[in-house]
Ligand binder design. Sequence first.
Ligand SMILES: Cc1cc2nc3c(=O)[nH]c(=O)nc-3n(C[C@H](O)[C@H](O)[C@H](O)COP(=O)(O)OP(=O)(O)OC[C@H]3O[C@@H](n4cnc5c(N)ncnc54)[C@H](O)[C@@H]3O)c2cc1C
Length: 269
Amino acid sequence: MHALVFIKQVPDASQVRINYETGTLIREGVPAILNPYEVHAVEEAVKIKQKFGGKVTILTMGPLQAADALKECLSRGADKGYLLSDRIFAGSDTLATSYALYEGAKKIIELEGEIDFFFAGKQAIDGDTAQTGPGIATRFNIPLVTYLTKLDEVNLEEKYVVATRLTEFGQETLKVPIPVFFTVEESLNILSHSPLPWLVKAAQSKIEILSGENVDLDKNQCGLRNSPTIVKKAFTPEKKQRGATLTGTFDEVVDQAAEKVAPFLNNIL
Ligand SMILES: Cc1cc2nc3c(=O)[nH]c(=O)nc-3n(C[C@H](O)[C@H](O)[C@H](O)COP(=O)(O)OP(=O)(O)OC[C@H]3O[C@@H](n4cnc5c(N)ncnc54)[C@H](O)[C@@H]3O)c2cc1C
């Protein structure tokens, strides 16, 4: 069993600042954390490894400081971390990011062997697009299960999983062939504590660096220049007026609500 988890290091949301000229986030001096969703992806991949054996590999695309996020995953039981880092990736939108990660994952297959399970978080708490996971899965042309909330069954012999995911209308359970790509919800599992040996191993481990030098990349698909998404303007939206709280019996609340919407209705009717 070989699982690959895509992780992103993100600015700590409580301290995000925007450069209004470039429309990009100011990352310097802002504490960085492992994106909360993929912590649960690492947890799930390690649980499968504990049950069936095998290994868990982690890949992130980012600046050299992102190695800290890889180390955190190793301290949670993952086996090896790869950092895809190169100036050519700067300013990538999700199309360029999913391309670079796809090529990075292919390099990991070359170095570490075929992959049964691909994991990503549902979304990153900074860009929030939820597009990167589906973008990579599409390039591999493998089944994609988004918003994963439960892995009901894993059958490595017959190469299928039974998985439950969130939908707009509730949830659905699917039987899907392996290899498969998951994007995960935080409700997928409860995080376990890392035993000391994992912490020691993580502290001693070496992070493998991948770049345009050792990954077969089409540089014309990388970075800001080749990203179709252009940030036209970044701004902090005006704080909206707080809604009113209506109290009383059901009828009293209905009367109060009717009174509040009446002026608007008069305008449109
Ligand atoms: C405020 C802001 C707004 C943005 N808006 C857009 C936009 O509208 N369209 C657009 O194309 N780009 C946008 N970007 C750029 C976008 O953030 C990057 O392309 C980013 O690398 C991937 O998109 P995301 O952050 O939305 O991640 P998502 O697509 O939400 O991430 C989903 C999952 O993919 C994996 N993943 C994401 N990034 C990486 C990575 N670098 N390395 C490894 N795994 C990763 C993680 O598992 C993550 O949980 C925006 C960036 C910012 C900061």
